[in-house]
Design a protein. Structure first.
Length: 317
């Protein structure tokens, strides 16, 4: 029988959290036909040892649990890509190893997948969990329902969350479209979810919380390094624009406004910090992208002659 679901869990220095995370998998009300792929990304704590011991206690046969080991630390994107390559399920699902699932998570999302087999992605609601174990509603609640057609349009309207976790995605869809995570990019979810939405035409969104997203100070997102984050966001934005042209999606004015607003806010934040070096790096990255230059000029109604002149001397955003 074909595996229904592959749960991909990257592991890197999450010793205080990995047991709770894995227990949330063991405690699922759906326990029929899924595999769990743990990807050891070479941390320096006992996360993997704790995971192995817990699996031996709760699942002695280890039938549904597999651990893959990177030889060196490669980052979250590479760990998720390793999981995608090894997965055998009809759907893949990403779970960060410091977060946890509601007991009904798989039952709710797979039930919705059975109800909408044409959907390429099933999205759950999530809330935020503090390190003091207080739950807070997400700042970006989604509206449950079924969306078809212009999925990228729904994404830029924030009807589909940016995070890669808490989404069932058809594995063959990812493989056929080579939708892997950008290695070395710390805002990989922002880019990947944009790309996935750009190539989909059917998405179902649950109306119940299925995922608890832990807000912790030591995580990638919250161990804040302003310069590093802004440069990575700029790189993600440049790659978004390249993706639009590659797939013929550059004509959507809503998408243009989404990226344009993001870029202007990014530049404004760096400018407000008075960080000239970072500002110059970001502007250089934008200027070196011919895709964005053409994109912007077309939207501004420039003539072909003006487009050519500006491209030869791109001294503007």
């Amino acid at each position: 029988m074909e595996t229904k679901l592959s749960v991909i869990v990257p592991i890197y220095n999450v010793e205080p959290y990995i047991e709770v995370c894995l227990n949330s998998i063991f405690n699922q009300t759906y326990n029929k036909n899924f595999e769990v792929l743990l990807v050891d990304d070479c941390g320096n704590d006992k996360s993997v040892e704790i995971a192995k011991e817990l699996i031996e206690q709760k699942c002695p046969s280890n039938q549904n649990f597999k651990i893959f080991h990177h030889k060196v630390n490669q980052g979250l994107s590479a760990a998720r890509n390793t999981g995608i390559s090894a997965a055998r399920g009809e759907y893949v699902y990403f779970l960060d190893s410091d977060d946890l699932l509601t007991p009904e998570c798989f039952e709710i999302l797979l039930g919705l997948a059975d109800k909408h087999p044409e959907a390429q992605m099933i999205v759950g609601q999530f809330d935020e969990l503090s390190e003091e174990e207080n739950y807070h509603p997400s700042e970006w609640p989604q509206t449950g329902g079924f969306y078809n057609g212009d999925i990228l349009g729904f994404f830029v309207q924030l009807k589909i969350p940016t995070i890669a976790c808490n989404k069932l995605v058809k594995r063959q869809f990812l493989l056929q479209n080579t939708l892997l995570f950008e290695v070395g990019l710390i805002h990989e979810d922002y880019l990947w979810s944009f790309q996935v939405s750009g190539l989909m035409n059917c998405v179902a969104v649950a109306d119940r919380v299925t995922y608890h997203y832990l807000q912790r100070s030591g995580s990638i997102q919250h161990g804040y390094d302003f310069i590093r984050h802004q440069l990575n966001y700029a790189r993600a934005s440049a790659l978004q624009t390249k993706f639009l042209f590659k797939h013929g999606l550059e004509k959507d004015i809503r998408v243009f406004r989404f990226i344009d607003k993001f870029r202007r806010n990014l530049v404004g934040d760096v400018y407000a910090k008075g960080d000239k070096d970072t500002l110059e790096k970001i502007l250089r990255l934008f200027h070196e992208s011919p895709y964005w230059s053409i994109f912007s000029l077309i939207k501004l109604g420039a003539s072909p002659k003006e487009i050519l002149r500006r491209l030869l001397k791109p001294n503007w955003i």
